[in-house]
Design a protein around this ligand. Structure first.
Ligand code: SAH
Length: 377
């Protein structure tokens, strides 16, 4: 939904200001179209339907993975392809131990995490060698509405799922699908190259229930963007795609390292922490025989260890199992190498997790969002 257009349409129709707010409230709450906005006069709903597209994106394809992940392939009005993914995580077991800060008596539907992974550009101008998006042609930056409409789309998907559950089932399982809780800018594109529009969309996400603190911007290490994010008023999280702890290897994997070398990027992340007091996530995709050796884990710990403050690491590493891509000349590290790499980092005091791989059977996992063949024509 283009909120600027909404405002113009409202003003041109001579409608009171609160109408635009009503429309947005319905939309953010998962309404499927103008026809559901029952506190608006019918004539207004019809006028909106005729004048203002409900979404700036057209759904071209949708795939459901066995693990509940949904991938949507969209086209913009000018035919640019982009993809976004919804990841649903199972609710904790009823009798299970509550996690820290989680109270057992909280309603169960509040706990299932729903995370969306959104795109900031159609294609990507950067050419990371292991990423499928990097292999497709760069299209353009997405607008605020095109970014927001990805989130709104999944908001509607979850709202429909909620309506579909017969009340009988709700009471027996006690589990309603939760609205979306988290957003990561880890779809197509480099968010820092389109930061104004990314931030413009982020401003609206809390209306959908996604707070700034549960919204993460992931970057290849575009330093001006990291600095701008540190200066932003929104308390968003930062993730850095690092993938190698030495300059030469990183330049090989991610040519952008020639422009913004690792050492300076880490310095910028440290600056982000100093300003915001928010831990920075480090993403590290595990490539067999390339960046997964024991010495490389130690080198990574050294690079990040310089960033610890009063013994507490300001970085948290997320090891990503490599997802094969069509263009890929890489093999993913095995489970054991990933576990050993993690143990090496943790022994040096760096908090480390291994990312769950989601939606691999539908090419929705990290780096697999290419969209070129199917959306292009
Ligand atoms: N340009 C930003 C946002 C895209 S994020 C960035 O690079 O951070 C996409 C994430 O998925 C990045 O961490 C990227 O390195 C990772 N990724 C890319 N290709 C991958 C692949 N084939 N397997 C696993 N992770 C991959």
């Amino acid at each position: 939904m283009d909120l600027q257009q909404l405002e113009l349409t409202r003003a041109a129709a001579g409608q009171p200001r609160f109408r635009a707010r009503q429309v947005w409230e319905w939309t953010a709450a998962g309404a499927q179209g103008y026809e559901e906005m029952t506190n608006l006069p019918l004539a207004v709903r019809e006028q909106l339907a005729a004048q203002l597209p409900f979404s700036s994106l057209e759904l071209r394809e949708q795939h459901h993975a066995r693990d509940g992940t949904v991938k949507a392939l969209f086209a913009t009005a000018d035919g640019r392809p982009l993809e976004a993914v919804l990841m649903r995580y199972r609710e904790p077991r009823a009798g299970g131990t509550p996690r820290r800060g989680e109270q057992r008596e909280r309603p169960r539907q509040a706990r299932g995490r729903r995370s969306i992974c959104v795109s900031s550009q159609s294609g990507c101008p950067l050419t990371c060698t292991f990423c499928a998006t990097g292999q497709m042609r760069f299209g353009r930056n997405l607008t605020v509405s095109e970014i927001l409409d990805q989130a709104l789309y999944f908001r509607r998907v979850e709202e429909l799922a909620r309506r579909d559950i017969p009340s009988r089932q709700v009471s027996s399982s006690g589990a309603l699908p939760a609205p979306i809780t988290h957003c990561v800018f880890m779809g197509m594109g480099e968010p820092m190259l389109n930061l104004d529009n990314v931030l413009g969309a982020c401003e609206r996400l809390p209306d959908l229930g996604i707070t700034h603190r549960r919204t993460t911007i992931s970057t290849v290490g575009w330093i001006p963007g990291i600095e701008a994010l540190a200066d932003s008023e929104l308390p968003l999280r930062l993730a850095l795609s690092l993938h190698a702890a030495d300059e030469a290897l990183r330049s090989e994997l991610m040519p952008v390292n020639e422009r913004y070398p690792l050492r300076e990027v880490i310095e910028a992340c440290r600056g982000f922490y100093t300003r915001r007091r928010r831990r920075v996530f480090i993403e590290y995709v595990m490539l067999a025989g390339v960046n997964d050796r024991y010495e490389q884990a130690l080198a990574l710990a050294r690079v990040l260890g310089d960033g610890s403050e009063h013994g507490r690491s300001i970085f948290k590493v997320n090891l990503i199992p490599y997802n094969p891509t069509a263009a890929g000349a890489y093999r993913g590290s095995g489970r054991e190498s990933i576990a050993a790499f993690r143990a090496a980092l943790e022994s040096r005091g760096i908090p480390t997790t291994v990312r769950l791989t989601r939606g691999r059977d539908i090419d929705a996992a990290c780096g697999q969002l290419a969209a070129s063949t199917r959306a292009g024509g």
